[in-house]
Design a protein around this ligand. Structure first.
Ligand code: DGL
Length: 265
């Protein structure tokens, strides 16, 4: 019998689609459930305690409903705060998304790297530990932007990002001490890869943008190696904790990512 258990992706909004895309490229017939906590969006401006209680509870309900083979927390904010709690609560493999500081430190020549995430992510001790472990000889500049998360959501609803807003957000990094030497920026929020071309175009000088999505896709393929997949793509579902007009406006973009149906949790 074919194994139809899905991969379950989780984010506050559409950011996790940037992790879903390279995963589908590696595993084209993998059944997908893409879950977005639209009722809790945005996570980046919430308190740690809220995220720490909300994410494991929601994932518990999602796992019960969809019985996935693997869960991917495709959200840096949720992963840096709640990954440990989710792993202890659920008895299946959980893949998290954490800022790609290690590859950024390897790539940087100037030894000045930027971390662009949500306000909640950039203040996490998890990020201090990554910086201490992998980039101890680098200056690590951090900036949190809720505006950029909204810009990415709006882009998927059809609204082009404003170049002036992108330049202003980048200035949050470059205006800090040694900011003009920064040659690599870690996109430490899954939403930001959805606007990476617009960010690169707004940069005053060439800068490499790095995120973890391709590495996560490879990790998912590795963790599911030897498992069966359906012979043909199946109907994939996007499930939202609140379905409102903003969510319905996402339908064409969701279809481009292979998500044909919208469910409410
Ligand atoms: N996509 C999320 C992340 O990677 C969070 C966006 C938000 O809800 O603030 O951090």
């Amino acid at each position: 019998m074919t194994d139809t258990r899905p991969l379950l992706f989780f984010d506050s909004g559409v950011g996790g689609l940037s992790v879903l895309a390279p995963t589908r490229a590696l595993l084209p017939t993998a059944p997908i459930v893409y879950a977005a906590d639209s009722a809790g969006y945005p996570y980046g401006t919430r308190a740690e305690t809220e995220i720490a209680s909300r994410v494991p509870a929601l994932l518990g309900r999602l796992v019960e409903r969809y019985r996935p083979r693997l869960v991917i927390i495709a959200c840096n904010t949720a992963s840096t705060i709640a990954l440990g709690a989710v792993r202890s609560a659920l008895d299946l493999p959980i893949v998290g998304t954490v800022p790609a500081i290690k590859p950024a430190a390897i790539a940087s020549k100037s030894r000045v790297i930027g971390v662009l995430g949500t306000e909640a992510t950039v203040r996490q001790p998890y990020v201090d530990r990554l910086a201490a472990e992998f980039a101890s000889d680098c200056t690590v500049i951090r900036h949190g932007s809720a505006e950029l998360v909204d810009i990415a959501e709006a882009k998927l609803r059809g609204k082009a990002p404003d170049p002036a807003a992108m330049a202003r957000i980048l200035a949050g990094l470059t205006d800090q001490p040694r900011g003009d030497e920064m040659d690599v920026i870690v996109l430490a929020c899954t939403h930001f890869r959805l606007v990476d071309a617009e960010l690169a175009a707004a940069a005053r000088r060439p800068v490499q943008l790095i995120d973890g999505a391709d590495g996560i896709a490879r990790r998912i393929a590795y963790l599911t190696r030897g498992q069966q997949w359906p012979a043909h793509p199946v109907d994939n579902v996007a499930v939202f904790t609140r379905v409102d007009s903003d969510v319905l406006e996402l339908a064409p973009a969701l279809r481009r990512f292979g998500l044909d149906r919208i469910d409410a949790l």
